[in-house]
Design a protein around this ligand. Sequence first.
Ligand code: KG4
Ligand code: ZN
Length: 337
Amino acid sequence: MTILGIETSCDECSAAVVVDAEKVLSNVIATQIELHKPYQGVVPELASRLHTEWIEQVVDAAISKAGITKNDIDAVAFTNRPGLLGSLLVGVNFAKCFASTLGVPFIGIDHIRAHLYASQIESPLEYPYLGVLVSGGHTVICKVNSYDSVDVLGTTIDDAIGEAFDKVAKFYDLGYPGGVVIDRLSQNGDANAFAFPGPTMDRDKHPYDMSYSGLKTAVINQKDRFLNPGHEDTKENIAASFQRQAVNIIMKRVRLALKDTGLTRISAGGGVAANSLLRKELKELEKGGYTVTFPSLKLCTDNGAMVAGLAYNYLIDGFRDDVRVSASARVSAFKKF
Ligand code: KG4
Ligand code: ZN
């Protein structure tokens, strides 16, 4: 089944052609980084306007790069929740019209589930596994029972991990997008330069929940020291110390969840799954006998291939949407797990 996957939930305008959830024929990602750079964050109105301008070209590029024609497409999948409403609507409406014109089925896909599924395209993993979703909007540790069934074990109670990376980078004027810049700066920094605090939470009641706003504030509060002329602290040290603690917070819960659930397989997804330290720490779990997978870098951040990949599973099981399917900014489908 040849599926066109469309992703416009935030600031990436992406379309991909994937066959049977395993063969990525194309995965075009048109990034809006330059547009949002001056604001050091995504401006929703600008994002949706650019999606409107780009969507047709991006879809055309995905089809021609795949070496197919429109008539080879068997179904169209699109992210329809959660995300920025204006951005989502561009992808949803385009996809519905496109599929209807071709006379093929279409289906709306949950962005979070798509991130959790992404690694399956390149490195299929038997269910159940421990899912680690780390993105700009979400931070979740869960038990993934199947492509359509996820039990949430813990979430952030405030900022998402990617949001903390982005806000720290913005405050220190490190560059945009924040996560990528902090990861790069950290390579030349001393992770022990600052002992940033981790969250103090009720570990008995919520053992797998996380918090990132305290860490973010602690890092931001170091700015006076950072600005002190002649002081040895550098942006590299700030970045490395922050990244060290950000990864510690989630890895502690991941190790605990593995121990408590007895799960032996683990997969990460989402933009922060591209982080080199997190990937290294997750990979080290293999020494303890765990099977660890995460998507290649291009499938970590928002992309159409993960949408098409997950959609294949729904479509072969007979699920389809009709023209009433719309966009939702909320995590409705996710909360239900
Ligand atoms: O999954 P994604 O593309 O969009 C959302 O669904 O949110 O994730 C974007 C997030 C941003 O916060 C970005 O700073 C972060 O992923 N990110 C990274 C890295 N690459 C992207 N964070 C840490 N290290 C990276 N290498
Ligand atoms: Zn995402």
